[in-house]
Write a protein that binds this ligand. Structure first.
Ligand code: ATP
Ligand code: MN
Length: 157
């Protein structure tokens, strides 16, 4: 039923929890995983603000930062890829630059995936938020089924 899964990760605890479900779905007939980490252009722009004072142009700094972020992500993605392959899944890896939710929705369409699996929260993991902004926008914007894996909860009713 869910032959091809899109699994976007920001390498957070909650995304790691979602990875366990992706692996389990192999037993339910999943064959292929598109593993994605979006390099957030807004993060790069924010970090590059004011760098001219250090004698480097903003463009130079952005380029160096982008390379550093890409190298770091690719290393981590390689480990996740091996983990998925070890349970018999076919894996392709993507590291686009852009706005995370937009790229995730775009790739879901382009790759014609049957399911998106992601964490309810990510790196920020704000206690008061029911969903992070990426997961909320993916749930809202996706035409395809989305499986949202919740974080560990401490709320007692
Ligand atoms: P916010 O980013 O709004 O401050 P948050 O970091 O707690 O909140 P999200 O960013 O929405 O939560 O993360 C939810 C899930 O979305 C993550 O567990 C991960 O699966 C996915 N995700 C988040 N950012 C990225 C990214 N840059 N690339 C790929 N997947 C991502
Ligand atoms: Mn986030």
């Amino acid at each position: 039923m869910f032959r091809k899964i899109l699994y976007p990760t920001d390498f957070s605890d909650c995304a790691a929890k979602a990875l366990e479900y992706v692996k389990k779905l192999r037993e339910a007939g999943t064959e292929e995983v598109v593993l994605v980490h979006v390099i957030d252009v807004r993060e790069i722009e924010t970090m590059a603000t004011g760098v001219a004072e250090l004698g480097m142009t903003t463009a130079e700094y952005e380029e160096a930062l982008q390379k550093k972020m890409r190298d770091g992500a690719e290393k981590k993605l390689e480990a996740v890829k091996e983990e998925l392959k070890s349970v018999g899944l076919k894996v392709s890896v993507k590291t686009p630059e852009g706005i995370p939710f937009k790229k995730i929705l775009r790739i879901a369409e382009d790759e014609d995936v049957s399911l998106i699996v992601l964490g309810s929260h990510g790196k920020s993991n704000i206690r008061e938020m029911l969903l992070g902004s990426v997961s909320e926008k993916v749930v809202r914007g996706s035409k395809r089924p989305v499986l949202v894996i919740k974080r560990e909860t401490t709320i007692m009713w």
